[in-house]
Design a protein around this ligand. Structure first.
Ligand code: 13P
Length: 250
């Protein structure tokens, strides 16, 4: 059985004071979350606050991006060791916003996945198709290509050391969620793609759904066989909504 994982991706939102209230709210409700693993991916500048507030709780944390470099003259970048310095457990790699707004390629994302994993972080690898790609019927090819970049660089077994987040770009921040059946179909195709290379890894790796998952639709999505959790944007910014999703995961 794969343990469900719900992760909040705060993106570029929050302030020291709003984060304090949000984390107080989440911590207060965690007693009702029985089996799901819960994590928060915060803006790097707030990781000191987040780690201070979450140490000793059941909530893990991490970053939203990392550099492929270990240190040096890379202005504005954050290394894996810096994330680890604040006891991060996770880091998102290849979010569609990084791919589309900051030009991250499949190869760069695969390198980030490898750097994170080798440093001891658990990478959350984001994949997913645009609306145009879905409408042209190439969703599975796009997801396969994005995963294959990681397999080619690090080998298929490396996938089991991270988490995959299937996030159809057209569902992100739009309120348009994939139906549970539509999401399940793609999740199953992703697992099948991995199974053709290594059945044990395919069985083990957790695949989250992301894209307008909220308190109202989480239970139906999470009930699907191949949906092992969620990567939550907007709804992770309200304690009540985020906790409702965590509870729906078990
Ligand atoms: P929303 O939940 O706001 O659609 O964002 C999803 C996402 O991009 C999480 O990484």
């Amino acid at each position: 059985m794969r343990k469900p994982i719900i992760a909040g991706n705060w993106k570029m939102n929050g302030s020291r004071s709003s984060i304090k209230d949000l984390l107080d709210g989440i911590k207060a409700g965690m007693g009702d979350v029985k089996s799901a693993e819960v994590a928060i991916c915060a803006p790097a500048i707030y990781l000191a606050d987040v780690s201070a507030q979450l140490t000793g709780s059941k909530v893990a944390w991490g970053g939203q991006n990392l550099s492929t470099e270990a240190s040096g003259a890379f202005t504005g970048e954050i290394s894996a060791d810096m994330l680890l310095d604040f006891k991060s457990e996770y880091v998102i790699v290849g979010h569609s916003e990084r791919r589309t707004l900051y030009g991250e390629t499949d190869e760069l994302v695969a390198e980030k996945f490898e750097v994170a994993r080798k440093a001891g972080l658990k990478p959350i690898l984001c994949i997913g198709e645009s609306l145009e790609e879905r409408e042209s019927g190439v969703t599975n090819e796009v997801c396969g290509r994005q995963i294959n970049a990681v397999i080619e660089r690090s080998g298929v077994k490396a996938l089991a050391e991270g988490v995959i987040a299937y996030e159809p770009i057209w569902a992100i921040g739009t309120g348009k969620t994939a139906t549970p059946e539509m999401a399940q179909e793609t999740h199953a195709a992703i697992r099948q793609f991995i199974a053709e290379k290594d059945a044990a890894v395919a069985e083990k790796v957790r695949i989250q759904y992301g894209g307008s998952m909220n308190a109202a639709n989480a239970a139906d999505l999470l009930a699907m066989e191949d949906i092992d959790g969620g990567l939550i944007g907007g709804a992770s910014l309200k304690a009540e909504d985020f906790l409702a999703i965590c509870k729906a995961a078990g």
